[in-house]
Write a protein that binds this ligand. Structure first.
Ligand SMILES: [Zn+2]
Ligand SMILES: [Zn+2]
Length: 174
């Protein structure tokens, strides 16, 4: 969704509120695509501060399905995005040295999806688990161990670990 913010940019101390919504139904990141399973319209407030600054504020809530780090099963992940941006303006236009910072703006057109996308990446979780005690996948056969135990001998799955096991067993025998 794109909105035109020319009035706010050019009017001293103008304040405008837009009801906006994300249009994207997937999020692309690092070559992977994640489905957006829930999103809702929200208020985006824009303020011209003394013809010097453009303030952008809004709270967006979205749910994106991400894979569990250990077992790869779907984890609906809620994002509570608190968008707070401040950009310098001069003569009714945004002046930004950092192009990335204002990538969601093209002249007086604000790309809501880009704004949200940037915010999603900032809030991306470093760890995603379907549950705290996720057992993960069997390294031997790939079975999801939360569903059932395949019975594989996982102790010797990794040759380096097997070596450790051997030494450890010898220690115990002494
Ligand atoms: Zn899991
Ligand atoms: Zn297995």
């Amino acid at each position: 969704m794109k909105i035109t913010i020319a009035d706010v940019l050019s009017t001293l101390n103008a304040k405008e509120e837009f009801t906006v919504a994300a249009e994207q139904d997937r999020v692309r990141w690092r070559g992977l695509v994640y489905p957006v399973t829930k999103k809702e319209p929200f208020q985006l407030c824009l303020v011209n501060n003394d013809n010097k600054k453009l303030l952008i504020a809004g709270d967006a809530h979205m749910t994106v399905t991400l894979p569990c780090d250990l077992c790869l099963s779907d984890v609906p992940t809620a994002f509570d995005l608190s968008i707070r941006r401040e950009l310098a303006i001069r003569d009714g236009a945004v002046v930004s040295e950092d192009k990335e910072e204002s990538a969601f703006l093209e002249g007086a057109v604000l790309d809501v999806d880009r704004l949200i996308y940037d915010e999603l990446l900032v809030n991306w979780p470093t760890k995603i688990l379907c549950r705290e005690d996720c057992k993960g996948l069997c390294p031997v056969c790939g079975q999801n161990l939360n569903v059932r135990d395949c019975g594989c001998d996982r102790q010797v799955a990794d040759p380096r670990m097997a070596r450790f096991q051997e030494i450890f067993d010898q220690c115990k025998e002494v």
